[in-house]
Design a protein around this ligand. Structure first.
Ligand code: NOJ
Length: 520
């Protein structure tokens, strides 16, 4: 009996040791890590894309011209390589091949957006283009048949040009009805299979580029923010954002009242975030960093979640900031998001321009919250600077950002809808160098590590999407700024895995295996 008891005790101690050993390991930097995955079994690992940047087929099968088609055709000189999205990476015709690439990666989700002008070429006027509906139906079915969940953005920067010509798009409240209509059509046709919806992609960033600096269509701005022939940078961005927020609320409302019970999906919105680090310990710089957040992601998230604009915006903008009527507040309160989508790429130092004067620079003026964004403090940079002027590698900033969002919007589930690294192609860059993308691996692994730390701190993150599956049309940088895990040869459109593709594949595999190890 005594021998049996000691035997049982030995076996128990042995299995305890094995368990402890399996759950912990020491990483190369000497930090004790959990080897059980931080990612729950329903965590989405994916890659992200958008219609204009990927589809091409710009006037195929009944699609009308959108704002980006017209802008790039009328102003080739504004795009780094004077190119456009007419063909892009031709995903419209090559989506089957692209799904095979996703299968290689082992992702369980794909984020893409609907091309508004493909589905509703004239908006509410003129009817549905059923070829567009068919395209997305086949795409969705093909993804699902490979075990990849569609994660669909209703609108990612592009809209039928007719809406601009007819009533100035986002400057007009009519756009809310147009967007509500698009959303309804999409829920109706695709909602039985799509379980993750987001309304708008980065309204904050879109409005800044389209109406403050005027670098994106419809190219509206005023001095000193940019050089445009029309617009008012201290008034129009706030009107456009107001219409976007209410358009978002309308779409969520339609989903919640007409579709969600039966379709059982979830809906959110995507904002661009950056971490803003005060450049000094002074109260003025700390307040400025807070203002920078308010004039960026809180601008959209506060109204969506709390039904009001951040106080810093109200204080600085006064009557230039539209007010939500009591009915609109009700509509915002009745259209609560199920999650928020976070796009995150970079960090900045922030210097106050309210109490001390800044002559110029990104963020220095009223419409930007008088919070100057800098990449250096003396000779110390915010993270590692790169060839891309806005991308600074600072995983710790991501960790801080996720904690900030968790504090400000407690308990709201988050998806990291975009995170990735851009390689700027110079004349001397070779394809070999582009495929050997160690910087991208370093960037993504650092940010995924920071994500796990934030999740252990309590951030409720449900998924992570790399921007991007393929190199693609990077807006004003054309095809010269490459974000893909797969390289695209723009003469043949051939896709070739970069080293980061294998790295991401292994990362996903490892985490799925670790989960299985622990689950068993
Ligand atoms: C965010 C935007 O949503 C996407 O369209 C863009 O390509 C990436 N940032 C990279 O700049």
């Amino acid at each position: 009996m005594k021998t049996l008891t000691s035997f049982v005790i030995i076996i128990f101690l042995q299995s305890l040791l094995v368990h402890i050993f399996c759950l912990h390991q020491t990483s190369s930097n000497g930090i004790l890590e959990y080897s059980s995955s931080t990612f729950p079994s329903d965590f989405l690992f994916g890659t992200a894309s958008s219609a204009y940047q990927y589809e091409g087929a710009f006037s195929t099968d009944g699609k009308s011209l959108n704002n980006w088609d017209v802008f790039t055709h009328e102003n080739p000189g504004k795009i780094l390589d004077e190119n456009n999205g007419d063909i892009a990476v031709d995903q419209y015709h090559r989506f089957r091949e692209d799904i095979q690439l996703m299968t290689f990666l082992g992702v369980n989700s794909y984020r893409f957006s609907i091309s508004w002008s493909r589905v509703l070429p004239r908006g509410k006027l003129g009817g549905i283009n059923y070829s567009g509906i068919k395209y997305y139906n086949i795409l969705i079915n093909s993804l699902i048949s490979r075990g990849i969940k569609p994660f669909v953005t209703l609108n990612h920067m592009d809209y039928p040009q007719e809406l601009e010509n007819r009533f100035q798009s986002w400057l007009n409240p009519e756009m809310q009805n147009e967007f509500g209509y698009l959303a309804d059509i999409c829920f109706k046709h695709f909602g039985n299979r799509v379980k993750y919806w987001t309304t708008l992609n980065e309204p904050n960033q879109q409005v800044i580029l389209a109406y403050i600096t005027g670098r994106f269509p419809p190219s509206r701005c005023s001095s000193p923010y940019g050089n445009c022939s029309r617009g008012n940078s201290e008034i129009e961005p706030f009107i456009a954002a107001h219409n976007m927020i209410l358009a978002h609320a309308k779409a969520v409302n339609i989903y919640k009242t007409k579709y969600q019970r039966e379709q059982k999906g979830s809906i959110g919105i995507v904002v661009q975030t950056s971490w803003f680090e005060p450049i000094s310990d002074s109260i003025a710089d700390k307040d400025a960093a807070e203002r920078a957040q308010s004039f960026y992601s809180n601008w959209i998230l506060d109204p969506v979640i709390y039904g009001k604009y951040p106080k810093e915006m109200v204080n600085i903008l006064g009557t230039a900031l539209p007010q939500f009527s009591s009915n609109q507040v009700k509509s915002l309160n009745n259209s609560k998001v199920d999650f928020i989508g976070i796009n995150h790429y970079t960090s900045y130092f922030i210097q106050d321009c309210l109490t001390s004067s800044c002559n110029a620079g990104y963020g220095a003026f009223k419409a930007e919250g008088f919070a100057l964004k800098l990449d250096r403090k003396g000779n110390v940079s915010i993270g590692e600077l790169t060839d891309v002027d806005w991308q600074h590698i600072d995983p710790e900033g991501f960790h801080k950002m996720l904690n900030y969002l968790t504090d400000r919007y407690p308990n709201i589930p988050m998806f990291i809808t975009e995170n990735g690294f851009g390689d700027l192609q110079k004349p001397e860059t070779t394809d070999k160098e582009l495929l050997h993308d160690t910087k991208r691996i370093q960037y993504i692994s650092g940010y995924l590590e920071a994500l796990q730390v934030a999740m252990r701190d309590g951030a409720n993150v449900k998924g992570y999407f790399v921007w991007s599956l393929l190199d693609n049309f990077e807006w004003l940088d054309g095809y010269k700024l490459r974000f893909g895990l797969f390289h695209v040869d723009y003469t043949t459109l051939k896709r070739t895995p970069k080293e980061s593709a294998s790295w991401y594949k292994n990362f996903i595999e490892e985490h799925v295996n670790r989960r299985e190890l622990v689950d068993n």
